[in-house]
Design a protein around this ligand. Structure first.
Ligand SMILES: *[C@@H]1O[C@H](CO)[C@@H](O)[C@H](O)[C@H]1NC(C)=O
Ligand SMILES: *[C@@H]1O[C@H](CO)[C@@H](O)[C@H](O)[C@H]1NC(C)=O
Ligand SMILES: *[C@@H]1O[C@H](CO)[C@@H](O)[C@H](O)[C@H]1NC(C)=O
Ligand SMILES: *[C@@H]1O[C@H](CO)[C@@H](O)[C@H](O)[C@H]1NC(C)=O
Ligand SMILES: *[C@@H]1O[C@H](CO)[C@@H](O)[C@H](O)[C@H]1NC(C)=O
Length: 735
């Protein structure tokens, strides 16, 4: 929000208020006025006059806004249009039928059925199924409201609204004859619902308490109300085929297939059951769910479902894949004839060896043209449209995924992001209908998202990223400052210019990984650029320290600099150990584990965005009893660290938070240094598997621990950063 002039943002916001009648125009204008009051306060908000007029877009067919006035004392006139969304009260698929031609029924084997367009599309999509677990997990309405305001200000008009679905599933399963115990055993805990929803997991870290269902239902109603009041399209979930094992108790004849295990979980928690597409229960379960869901929430006719996300289908026969896909779609349209299926295209790029041309074609051809809206989820890195002839004519949204697991770490490929949408749009016979953002976790690398939201509104890439990032810095801090802008240009050419194999978005820094002698410390940029950006930001503090975004960046870049330093000290530790040099080993290991990490923890503790305490407090506040609070807190601790009972996806969702650094990462590094020293002193070789066992004990102790952490910042960021800088910056050049 800080990154964007309010007036310009408002213009964008108005465009998404599309669809429907003049009644809708009035409702949407009112929603925008209320947002202004939340954003600016009643006084300043009164300086804006807001109206929504569909006719504004009549000529171009594109989302349009007009701003005027705003001189000294004058009111700013903001006029927005219905924009190019051709979605009436009964929305049609993005590329409405006329666009790619209504083909008949399922099993179309498909010739492309499209034409190219000359803009970046109607849709500006947001969210990944995983974002709900990594970031939205414990949100209350106040936090949701803030997020939906952000979405509105950035012109998002299509987003998942997946809260509360387990409450609906519970009704459906009860109606089908499952017992409450069987249902409780099926759902995952709150922190792992995303993977329960995609059929990857069940049971793990559950059960969901009754209060969870109630609260999520309530939230979902408010979320939907607000999204709709802005004219956004909320995407609801639909049945993808996964069912609880207990269904086979109630219906012994039912034809289910057990899938393979997922994510190093054993079959107590994964290997879910998939209903056979030709089983009569398939349409029954699918339609029961959608009917119950839409009865509760209404519908905007776009539904998300992922059957084979990161899971090998039981057969690679195209006829099977087509049937499994068609069954999902048929169940949708049996309840809602206008249904459009939003599919995460992740499966195709995640297991390319399975998804050959025939397999991809079977899925894409099983849904009538224009009724499958595919998210090319990781398009900035591994675009799928290029090798599927633009999804064989099905419409797709070019999505930037960018982040995995909500990891901290400065990272991005701004060049690819910048060029990606235009390249996709100009692809021969492109069926691109929009741009999107599908991060697994939010709350990091805002610059990447600022660029991406802007691209949703541009016809061409930003011509000069250096100039763009310079003005980004000025907007972000509210004032232009040479040192700060120079810092950003250094970050742009280093951490934000990631291309090639390293660009996968996970933070692989040794800081957040279980130590070993084989850790990889190479990065795609010159570390000097980060250290120099750090110095420049600090040089700008006298002028900019009163800006909260600046202080945030100062912490974040310090965090990154420390992450670089950890790699450098780790290299010293390893070298010293391999050369059997005890003194340098003790020195480097001691600095890393006993000085550097505790100093980082202190810096992080000074900013409310980097507190384990507020993370865990959110979890506890979502509970209605002490037992529940403890249970939710443990869910959170697992997600941040071990991920499964045995470290099944260890440190995947790593974060650099005060408290986590001091009590989780630092103890592991102390154990590592001490084990290496011990090994030299005792002349016994270092045994990684023995170390791993001991490290697991530490990790589990943290997860099961009950220590309370501050949920309010402590200490002065600038002082703490200065102290750390003075001590370590001179050493940064000496490695
Ligand atoms: C799966 O692993 C858990 C511990 O992580 C264990 O308790 C359970 O018995 C295992 N189940 C199977 C089927 O091996
Ligand atoms: C069960 O479903 C599978 C997958 O669709 C199918 O191949 C198989 O023939 C079905 N079995 C029975 C007994 O209907
Ligand atoms: C694009 O579509 C046209 C018309 O269907 C077709 O003639 C042409 O070969 C297609 N181009 C490519 C590169 O697929
Ligand atoms: C990113 O790196 C490439 C070379 O790998 C270079 O051509 C390009 O100019 C760089 N972009 C920026 C913004 O620094
Ligand atoms: C990294 O940057 C520093 C400072 O600009 C320079 O001295 C050094 O040669 C660079 N290293 C590489 C590998 O390019």
């Amino acid at each position: 929000m800080e990154a964007m002039g309010v007036t310009a943002a408002l213009g964008i916001l108005l465009l998404l208020t599309a669809g429907g009648s003049t009644g809708d125009e009035a409702r949407e204008a009112a929603a925008v006025r209320e947002l202004l009051v939340r954003l600016l306060g009643p006084g300043p908000a009164a300086a804006f006059s807001v109206s929504v007029e569909r006719s504004l877009a009549a000529e171009s067919g594109l989302d349009t806004y007009r701003l005027s006035g705003g001189g000294a004392g004058a009111r700013v006139q903001v006029l927005g249009s219905t924009g190019g969304r051709k979605l009436g009260p009964k929305p049609r698929p993005a590329p409405a039928p006329g666009y790619c031609g209504e083909r008949d029924p399922p099993y179309r084997t498909g010739a492309p059925c499209t034409q190219s367009r000359d803009e970046n599309g109607l849709y500006r999509y947001y969210q990944n199924v995983c974002t709900h677990s990594y970031s939205f997990l414990w949100w209350d309405w106040a936090r949701w409201e803030q997020e939906i305001d952000w979405m509105a200000l950035n012109g998002i008009n299509l987003a998942l609204a997946w809260s509360g679905q387990e409450a609906i599933w519970q009704r459906v399963y009860l109606a089908l004859g499952l017992t409450q115990t069987e249902i409780d055993e099926y759902f995952t805990g709150p922190a792992f619902l995303a993977w329960g929803r995609m059929g990857n997991l069940h049971t793990w870290s559950g059960p969901l308490p009754p209060s969870w269902h109630l609260k999520q239902l309530y939230l979902q109603h408010r979320i939907l109300d607000r999204m709709r009041s802005f004219g956004m399209i909320p995407v609801l979930p639909a049945f993808a085929g996964h069912v609880p094992k207990a269904l086979t108790r109630v219906f012994p004849q039912v034809n289910v297939t057990q899938m393979g295990s997922w994510g190093h979980f054993n079959c107590s928690y994964s290997c879910s059951f998939l209903l056979a597409p030709e089983d009569p229960l398939f349409p029954l379960v699918g339609s029961l769910f959608l009917r119950e869901l839409t009865k509760e929430f209404g519908t905007d006719h776009i539904y998300g479902a992922d059957t084979f996300n990161e899971m090998q289908p039981p057969s690679s026969e195209p006829s099977y894949l087509a049937a499994a896909t068609a069954a999902v779609y048929q169940a949708m349209i049996s309840v809602d004839p206008d249904a459009v299926w939003l599919l995460q295209g992740w499966l195709f790029q995640h297991q390319p060896e399975f998804w050959g041309p025939a397999q991809v074609a079977a899925v894409l051809g099983a849904v009538p043209c224009g009724r499958l809206l595919v998210l090319d989820l990781f398009a900035e890195s591994q675009p799928v449209y290029v090798r599927t002839a633009s999804f064989q004519g099905q419409p797709f949204i070019w999505c930037m995924l960018h982040n995995f697991g909500g990891n901290h770490g400065l990272f991005g490929d701004l060049e690819s992001v910048n060029r990606g949408p235009t390249t996709a749009r100009r692809f021969p016979n492109s069926t691109m209908v929009g741009t999107g953002m599908a991060p697994e976790g939010i709350g990091q690398n805002e610059v990447v998202y600022a660029l991406m939201t802007e691209l949703g509104w541009r016809k061409d890439p930003v011509a000069d990223l250096g100039a763009w990032v310079t003005s980004f810095a000025a907007r972000r801090y509210g004032v232009s400052h040479g040192d700060a802008e120079a810092a950003w240009r250094l970050l742009l050419r280093s951490v934000y210019n990631c291309s090639g194999e390293e660009c996968r978005g996970h933070n692989h820094s040794p800081l957040v990984r279980r130590p070993s002698l084989q850790m990889v410390t190479t990065v795609w940029y010159n570390r000097s650029d980060v250290f120099e950006a750090w110095r420049l930001l600090l040089a700008a503090t006298p002028t900019l320290a009163s800006s909260p975004t600046f202080r945030y960046d100062l912490v974040d870049v310090t965090r990154q600099a420390v992450q670089e330093l950890v790699s450098l000290y780790y290299e010293e530790v390893r070298t010293a150990y391999l050369k059997k040099e005890l003194v340098p080993l003790t020195r480097a290991g001691g600095i890393l584990a006993y000085e550097l990490l505790p100093a980082l923890d202190q810096v992080l503790a000074s900013d409310r965005h980097f507190l384990l305490g507020s993370w865990l407090e959110q979890a506890r506040l979502a509970a209605v009893s002490e037992t529940e609070a403890h249970f939710y807190e443990q869910n959170s601790r697992y997600q941040l660290t071990l991920w499964g009972p045995e470290g099944n996806i260890l440190d995947y969702a790593n974060k650099q938070l005060a408290g986590l650094v001091a009590d989780y990462y630092a103890p592991r590094w102390r154990l590592f240094s001490e084990t290496l020293v011990e090994s030299l002193v005792q002349r016994v070789p270092f045994q990684q598997h023995q170390f791993d066992r001991n490290a697991f004990q530490l990790e589990q102790t943290f997860v099961l621990g009950t220590r309370r952490y501050p949920s309010q910042p402590e200490g002065d960021t600038v002082d703490l950063v200065k102290k750390l800088f003075l001590k370590y910056y001179p050493r940064a050049g000496s490695f």
